[in-house]
Design a protein around this ligand. Structure first.
Ligand SMILES: Nc1ncnc2c1ncn2[C@@H]1O[C@H](COP(=O)(O)OP(=O)(O)O)[C@@H](O)[C@H]1O
Ligand SMILES: [Mg+2]
Length: 414
C-alpha cells in the first residue's frame, strides 16, 4: 500500500516537471513529442499517440506517436465515426479498453498503415476553454490493466497539454499571418500606384501599356504568393497527409524535365538528365516529391546564366536516395546560404532580376523533412549551385519492404 502511494506521488511530481517543460516551448512538433513521451512514461505503457482535431474541416488527424516512423503516421486521417479517438472527440469522455480488437469502435485500418498492434488503450479528450483540440492515447499497458490512477494522471497531463497545443497553434498562426500581411504590402502598394497613374489624363498610351503590363505581373506574383503561402501554412501546421506510393524516380525526373521544357527553352537553358541505370524504386509521396523537384528545377532555370545548363541526377545509396539539381548559374553568396530555407528569404541581388516569392525553398524543406529526409546546398558565385535532396529508403532487413512488395504484387494482379 505504502509503495503504491509513493509511486503515485512520484508520478505527480513528474507531472509538475512535465508541466514546466511543456510551458517552455511554442514549437508544436517539439511540444507534441514531449507530450506523447510523458504520457507513455506516466501511464506505464508501451506507446502513446496524439491525434489533433481540426475544427474547420471537422477532421481528426494522427499526429505523433512515440514508437512510429513519424512520416508514416503524420497527417493520417482517422474517421470521426468509426474510431475510438473519434468517439472520444464526439463524446468528450475518456475511454479505457482492455482489448481494442474486441471494441466495435476500433479503427483497425490504422494497424495496416502503422504495423503497430494495439491491445489495451487509455484515451482522453484534449479540451481547453471548452474546445476540443485532440485526443491523447496511451497504448498497451506494460503490466496489468490501465487503472483509475492512470486515467486521472493522464487527464491532468492532458489538460496541460491542451493549453500548450492551443498556444503553440495560435502563436504559429499569428507569426505566419503577420509575415504574410507584411509581404502583401509591397505588391499592393505598387498596384495602388499603378491604378492611380492610369487615372491621370496626361499618361501616354505607351505609358499606359507599360503600367498595365506591371499590373499584370504583380497580380500574377500575388497569385503565386497566395497559393505558395497556403501550401506552406498547411505543411507547417502538420495537417498535410503524405500519401506514400512506390514509384520510379527516373520517370519522375523525366516528367519534371518535360513540365519545365518550354520555360527552359524561353530562357535558352538546356536541361540534361543523367539517367541512372537500375535505380531502385522510391517509397514516398510522388506528388509532393514532384513539387520539390519542380521548385528546385525552376530555381535552377531562373537563376541560371544565358545558354546555361541544368543537370538532374539521382543516385541510390545504401539507405538513402539522393536527387541532385545542379545549375551553371549566378550562384549564392556565402552569407545568404544559411537563410535560403527561411520563409520569404530572397538573395538581395536576385530580387530585382527575377520575380519570386521566397517561399519555394521553405515548402521544399517542409516536404523533405516530412519524409524524414534532408536537403543540402553547395554554391559558388559565377559557377553555379547544386541542391542535393536526401530521402530515406527503408533498409532491406526491415519487414516493411515486404509489405511494399506485397502492395506492388496486388496491384499487378489487380
Ligand atoms: N539555383 C539557385 N541559384 C541561385 N540562387 C538561388 C537558387 N535557388 C534559390 N536561390 C535563391 O534563394 C532564394 C529563395 O528561393 P525560393 O524560396 O525558391 O524563392 P523564389 O524562387 O520565389 O525567389 C531565391 O530568391 C534566390 O535568391
Ligand atoms: Mg523558387
Amino acid at each position: 500500500m505504502a509503495e503504491i502511494k509513493t509511486e503515485r506521488l512520484d508520478g505527480y511530481r513528474r507531472l509538475v516537471d512535465i508541466a514546466r517543460d511543456l510551458a517552455s516551448t511554442l514549437d508544436l512538433d517539439i511540444l507534441l513529442s514531449r507530450i506523447v513521451h510523458a504520457a507513455a512514461e506516466i501511464s506505464g505503457s508501451e506507446a502513446a499517440s496524439i491525434l489533433l482535431y481540426d475544427d474547420t474541416s471537422r477532421q481528426l488527424y494522427f499526429q505523433v506517436s512515440t514508437n512510429m516512423d513519424e512520416s508514416m503516421r503524420r497527417g493520417l486521417i482517422v474517421p470521426l465515426d468509426g474510431s475510438i479517438a473519434g468517439w472520444i472527440v464526439n463524446n468528450r469522455k475518456p475511454v479505457r479498453i482492455t482489448n481494442a480488437h474486441d471494441d466495435p469502435r476500433f479503427f483497425s485500418n490504422i494497424e495496416e498503415t502503422t504495423g503497430f498492434s494495439t491491445e489495451s488503450l487509455l484515451g482522453i479528450p484534449l479540451v481547453t476553454k471548452n474546445k476540443i483540440v485532440g485526443v491523447l492515447e496511451a497504448l498497451n499497458k506494460n503490466k496489468g490493466k490501465f487503472s483509475d490512477a492512470d486515467e486521472s494522471m493522464l487527464l491532468v497531463l492532458g489538460a496541460q497539454a491542451a493549453v500548450a497545443i492551443e498556444n503553440a497553434r495560435l502563436f504559429q498562426q499569428s507569426d505566419l499571418i503577420s509575415e504574410f500581411v507584411h509581404e502583401l504590402r509591397t505588391p499592393l502598394a505598387s498596384l495602388s500606384t499603378a491604378t492611380y497613374l492610369l487615372l491621370r489624363p496626361e499618361m501616354s498610351q505607351e505609358q499606359r501599356d507599360q503600367i498595365i503590363h506591371n499590373i499584370h505581373s504583380e497580380t500574377m506574383r500575388l497569385n503565386a504568393l497566395a497559393s505558395s503561402f497556403l501550401d506552406l501554412a498547411r505543411l507547417e501546421s502538420g495537417r498535410v497527409q503524405f500519401r506514400k506510393t512506390v514509384f520510379s524516380v527516373a520517370d519522375l525526373i523525366y516528367e519534371c524535365k518535360d513540365v519545365m521544357a518550354s520555360k527552359a527553352t524561353d530562357d535558352n537553358i538546356q536541361i540534361r538528365v543523367e539517367s541512372p541505370e537500375g535505380l531502385p524504386l522510391l517509397e514516398a509521396d510522388r506528388d509532393k516529391i514532384k513539387q520539390v523537384l519542380l521548385n528546385l528545377l525552376s530555381n535552377a532555370i531562373k537563376y541560371n546564366r544565358p545558354n546555361g545548363t541544368v543537370m538532374l541526377r539521382a543516385e541510390a545509396l545504401e539507405d538513402e536516395m539522393v536527387l541532385y539539381i545542379q545549375d551553371t548559374g549566378v550562384g549564392i553568396p556565402d552569407e545568404s546560404v544559411p537563410h535560403l530555407f527561411e520563409k520569404f528569404f530572397r538573395v538581395r541581388e536576385h530580387e530585382a532580376r527575377v520575380a519570386g516569392t521566397g517561399l519555394g525553398l521553405s515548402i521544399c524543406k517542409q516536404i523533405i523533412h516530412g519524409h524524414g529526409g534532408r536537403v543540402e546546398v553547395k554554391s559558388k558565385i559565377g559557377v553555379g549551385t547544386v541542391f542535393s535532396v536526401f530521402l530515406p529508403r527503408p533498409s532491406r532487413t526491415q519487414p516493411h519492404i515486404e509489405e511494399v512488395d506485397d502492395v506492388k504484387q496486388t496491384r499487378k494482379k489487380g
